[in-house]
Every structure is written in C-alpha cells, then in structure tokens.
Design a protein around this ligand. Structure first.
Ligand SMILES: Cc1ncc(COP(=O)(O)O)c(C=O)c1O
Length: 419
C-alpha cells in the first residue's frame, strides 16, 4: 500500500506535528474567505487570522511579488518602504507609541517586549494570566499556562465573569494582581510589568470584568512596571477597532503585533515610545536577519492599504455583531451553548455539558467543529478548557457569508441533537 500524505508527513515532520480535524484537510488553494481542497471542494475559512484581508488578496500578492522581484534583502541598508510602514503602524496607535522593532514571529516580538519592559524598568518580574499563550521560545514559554508562585514570571487567574462567583469580579482579580506584585517585592524580584492579550484570546475570549484592564494598568504603573499588550490575535481590526486595548479601554506602554500583519509573509513587531525603543536598542544591539526587510514592509503596507480602503474595521464590527446576535437567538434552544461572547469578528461560544454547573464540554465543542467542517465551514476550539468554539473569519467576511454559516450552524445543532 502506498504511503498516505499523513504517513509521509509523520515521517518527514515527526508524528505529533499538529493537524486540525479528525479527518485532516488537504488544502491546495485560497481565495478571499475560501479554501479549496485537492478534490476542489470549497471550505469557508472562519479560523485563520493570518490572511486577515482574505486569502491571496490581489493587492497584497502584487505588492509582495513586485518587491520580491525588485529587492529582497536584510535590513542593514536605508529603505523608505520600511520607514513608511513603521510610521503607518505606529501612527495607528495612541501618542507614546512612536517606534517599532520588527521581528518575524509573535514569539520573537514578545521576547523583544519582555526585554524592553525589563530594560525600561530595571526590573525582572512579569505578571501574566494562568491560561495564557504568548509564544514558544524558552523565555516566552514561561508565560504559557503559568502557575508559578516564585521566580520571575508569575500569574493571576485569568479575569472572567462567566464562572466567577463574587459580586465584585474586577475587585477580586485586582486583588490577585496586588498579591503577585507584593510577592515580587517580598521575594526581592524587582517588578517589570504585566503582559496580557487585551481580549484574553487563548484563555477563551472571556467577558473581562468591567474596568479591570484600565485599573490593572494603573496598578502596574503605580508599582513601577510597564504594561505590554499582546495584540498578536486581538489586533489589526479583529475586534472591530484597530487594537484590542482600545476595546478594553486601556493604553499599553508596549504593543506586540503579529499574525495578520503580513497576510502570510512572516511579520511581527513590538512598538513603544522612542525612549523605550532606544533603551532597548542600546541595551541589546538586537538584530533579526529576516526582520525589517523591504519584503516585510511591502506586505505590511499592502495589508494596511486594504484594511483602510475596504474599511475592514467597520466590517468586522458589523458582521461580528450580526453573528453574535444570531448565536444568542439560538442559545436558549441549545443548553450546550453556555455563553456567547466576543468582539468584532472574534466570537467564542462556551460549550458546556450542564448549563447550570457550567461544566466545560471539550468533546462537545470538538464534535461541533468537525461537523461544521463536514458542512464546509472551518472553525476551531480553544480556551482554558479547550471547550470554546472559536469563530474568527477573515476581516472581509460578509453578511452573506455570516448568514450561510449561521444556517449551517443551526442545522448542525439539530443534527448533533444539541439541546
Ligand atoms: C496571543 C498570542 N501571542 C503570541 C503568539 C505567538 O505567535 P507566533 O506563533 O507567530 O510566534 C500567539 C500564537 O498563537 C498568540 O496567540
């Protein structure tokens, strides 16, 4: 018997290299919100946030091809395209975000942000949440599902209102933050700051207690730390505003961006004040071979062109609201849909086996994801318990696309006998 593609992959990439879906897909082409498999079957992509302007957007393809055919070199030369892009990207933020360090991955950008925070403050202690993921390098990995009560990286329980019981959830989580900061002080670990995804995407996109983020920002600054917003998932109009921190009402000192920036060209960045970035440059002499290149800039500039020209922030807000509205209509009939939430085109449905007890049902979420795939709609599951059905289509997702998805979703609930 000839070797299957899956067997060949296991042999060449190592078994265990992650794959989506019980029956993995063999995707060969993408266009707009669509992906096509080797047999020509169309799937609606409602998961990938890298091709945020749609797969193979002609403007991006042209810009990247022209740049690749003109100059594709490292960053130790002067180049206007790179500076134009840095200026546009920083210009999309509040005052105080002036300068940019480009990298190739979100992990690297978070590494840079950690170095920036530590150099800017002279501290070491970093606070994250206990169900976070910010990347896979040795240092950034310390922030993954961190449960440490000692060392330089420590966590607070991720703030949320779905399972939390007290009548002052913001106060409860702020107290946890005070405790962690106090613990650093007690243990002689000078405090450097807090690093969070503004929407807590990997934690499961919970409803964050009102006022928590701005109050936590104040608390961190009062303690001499800086606030880092990891916008790798939340940013670039995903939540209906340019940045997740705008939705959550706080202004970080350092912003980390990644995934969607280059529409597939590896491009990520950490941006901060001129002072923080200069201190970082002097302190590290940071160099990253493929980062800050004219090719990255061409991709980044083209993505910004499309977002601006097609008004995709507004689209994400409107279409996302429509998806949530219809899911909320379905919720009373489907006990398993414990909570429907999100911002813009980033929607989560918490799947539970008992709505009163709010028991996470990861298997149920996975069943829905696989059944939706069989109907031609690609979604995923994520969150602290893996039970949040994650719906995150490209920003060009239209009302018609949403209607088709919601009809299929309703049908699936019936077929799976979800009550
Ligand atoms: C919030 C967040 N930050 C950072 C990263 C790491 O980005 P990358 O995979 O580009 O290193 C991820 C990846 O999933 C992420 O979700």
């Amino acid at each position: 018997m000839s070797e299957s593609l899956k067997q060949r992959r296991d042999r060449l990439l190592g078994s265990g290299a992650p794959l989506f879906y019980a029956e993995p897909l063999h995707i060969v082409r993408g266009e707009g919100v669509s992906l096509f498999d080797a047999a020509g079957r169309r799937y609606v992509d409602m998961y990938n946030n890298v091709p945020c302007v749609g797969h193979c957007h002609p403007h991006v393809v042209r810009a990247v091809s022209e740049q690749a055919a003109t100059l594709n070199v490292h960053n130790r030369y002067l180049h206007e395209g790179v500076l134009d892009y840095a200026e546009r990207l920083a210009g999309r933020h509040h005052d105080g975000i002036d300068s940019v360090v480009f990298t190739c991955t979100g992990t690297e950008a978070n590494e840079v942000a950690l170095m920036m925070a530590r150099l800017a403050t002279g501290g070491r202690g970093i606070v994250c949440t206990d169900a976070a993921y910010h990347g896979n390098s040795a240092e950034v990995r310390k922030l993954t599902r961190n449960r440490s009560t000692d060392g330089e990286v420590r966590s607070i329980p991720f703030p949320e209102t779905y399972r939390h019981q007290s009548n002052d959830p913001a106060g409860f989580y702020l107290e946890r933050l005070r405790e962690v900061i106090g613990g650093f002080e007690r243990d002689g670990v000078p405090f450097a700051g807090m690093l969070l995804c503004p929407l807590l995407a990997n934690e499961g996109l919970p409803k964050i207690p009102d006022g928590f983020m701005p109050a936590a920002t104040d608390l961190v600054r009062e303690a001499g730390g800086v606030v880092v917003a990891d916008e790798v998932q939340a940013g670039l109009c995903r939540a209906g505003r340019w940045w997740g921190h705008e939705v959550m009402g706080f202004r970080p000192d350092i912003v980390v961006m990644g995934k969607p920036l280059g529409a597939g060209v590896p491009l990520a960045a950490a941006a901060a004040s001129r002072n923080i970035v200069d201190t970082f440059r002097r302190g590290t002499r940071y160099f990253n071979t493929f980062a800050s290149s004219p090719l990255q800039a061409a991709a980044g500039n083209a993505v910004l062109d499309v977002i601006e020209n097609e008004d995709l922030c507004t689209n994400a807000g409107k279409v996302g609201a429509e998806i949530r509205r219809r899911l909320l209509e379905l919720q009373p009939r489907a006990e398993a849909m414990g909570d429907v939430r999100g911002h813009g085109l980033f929607v989560g449905v918490e799947w539970v086996s008992d709505r009163d007890a709010k028991t996470p049902d990861r298997d149920g979420a996975v069943r829905v994801v696989n059944a939706m795939k069989d109907k031609g709609f690609l979604i995923g599951n994520a969150g602290a318990f893996g039970n949040v059905v994650k719906i995150r289509p490209p920003l060009v997702f239209s009302h018609q696309d949403a209607a088709a998805f919601l009809d299929a979703f309703e049908e699936t609930l019936g077929e799976l006998d979800v009550r």
